[in-house]
Write a protein that binds this ligand. Structure first.
Ligand code: DGY
Length: 334
């Protein structure tokens, strides 16, 4: 008998067909006020879950005692209680690699948009203000030749470093849990303490995963270390920054600008002060959001799920320990 999975993300026809070959699929639309109730109804008997952006708390997990795998269509796994999934012997998988370059592109889009005031000035033109030549009050700042400070030197951090060094002739500094001589050699990057990076960089770009050690990594003290002409770019998670402190720093122009793709609360509330600051470019968590990359992520998630349910170690297993906790229990033919 086929195993049953709950799908809470829309997939392309090709990927749906691939799933249907091997598992029984229940699709749940988790949006809207009844979304959670629909998910609760679907969970009993589920062997696998596939989707993204869902906080799976204990009460939801309790409804799916046969659960073997949660396949997340994301690289970030901060939504999940990994220890609890591991304790229950549930595999958690994610979709690294396939989104690296696209997310780095988003980082650079925000660097360029913030530095050259692209969104602000495009809106200014649209609103009919372009009546004469521009003056210094409309000028932005250069990106090429400046110092790029990358906080978090994983795959996405390195893809940013490559763009900065090779594409824009930037000096690249980075901070991460340890110096990475291979990255230094590839991109001429230099390791710095966080404080030193903050005080030297013209662009501070955050790419760290959210964890207890990175939550509010950038607060009032850290923002005060940044140069007044520096720009903060966040493509990591909103909670890596103390948003209140950032709003104050931007409002008082203690830093030049911010390019933000992620927020403490998403969707960003329409009354957020961030939306009323001219020196903020806010995008709706589009880090990996291209057609090609989202399809590649979904494909990766489908393969992770099918491997796990077939008793094979999935390619992108997050909680190695769960594999040792008695997985796989049951297998299907793929
Ligand atoms: C990821 O994959 O983690 C992206 O931020 C989308 O959530």
């Amino acid at each position: 008998m086929k195993k049953r999975i709950v799908l809470y993300k829309r997939l392309s026809d090709a990927l749906l067909a691939r799933l249907h070959q091997h598992v029984e699929v229940t699709y749940v639309d988790t949006t809207g006020k009844d979304g959670l109730a629909r998910l609760r109804d679907a969970l009993p008997g589920a062997h696998g879950l596939l989707g993204a952006s869902l906080r799976l708390d204990h009460s939801l997990l309790d409804l799916a005692p046969q659960l073997q795998v949660v396949s997340s269509v994301s690289v970030g796994v901060d939504n999940y209680d990994i220890a609890e999934l591991t304790r229950r012997g549930v595999l958690l998988t994610n979709t690294p690699d396939v989104l690296t370059e696209t997310t780095a592109d988003t980082g650079f889009a925000l660097i360029l948009a913030s530095a050259r005031r692209v969104v602000e000035l495009a809106n200014w033109v649209r609103d009919g203000h372009w009546q004469a030549n521009l003056g210094p009050s409309h000028f932005g700042c250069d990106v090429h030749g400046k110092t790029l400070g990358i906080v978090g030197m994983g795959r996405i951090g390195e893809a940013l470093a490559r763009r900065g060094a090779a594409g824009f002739g930037m000096r690249v500094l980075y901070h991460s849990s340890r110096p990475k001589p291979e990255v230094d050699a590839r991109h001429g990057a230099q390791y710095r303490s966080l404080d030193a990076l903050l005080s030297e960089a013209d662009f501070v770009c955050l790419t760290v995963p959210l964890s207890s050690s990175t939550e509010e990594l950038i607060g009032a003290r850290e923002l005060a270390l940044m140069k007044p002409e520096a720009i903060l770019v966040n493509i990591a998670r909103g909670r890596v920054v103390n948003e209140r402190a950032l709003i104050d720093a931007l409002r008082e122009q203690r830093i030049r600008a911010a390019g933000l793709d992620v927020f403490v609360q998403e969707p960003l509330p329409v009354d957020s002060p961030l939306l009323h600051l001219a020196n903020v470019v806010a995008t709706p968590h589009i880090g990996s959001a291209t057609q090609e990359t989202r399809e590649a992520m979904a494909r990766c998630a489908v393969e992770n799920l099918l491997s796990a349910l077939a008793g094979q170690r999935p390619a992108n297993l997050v909680n190695e320990q769960a594999w040792g906790n008695g997985q796989p229990n049951n297998t299907i033919a793929t």
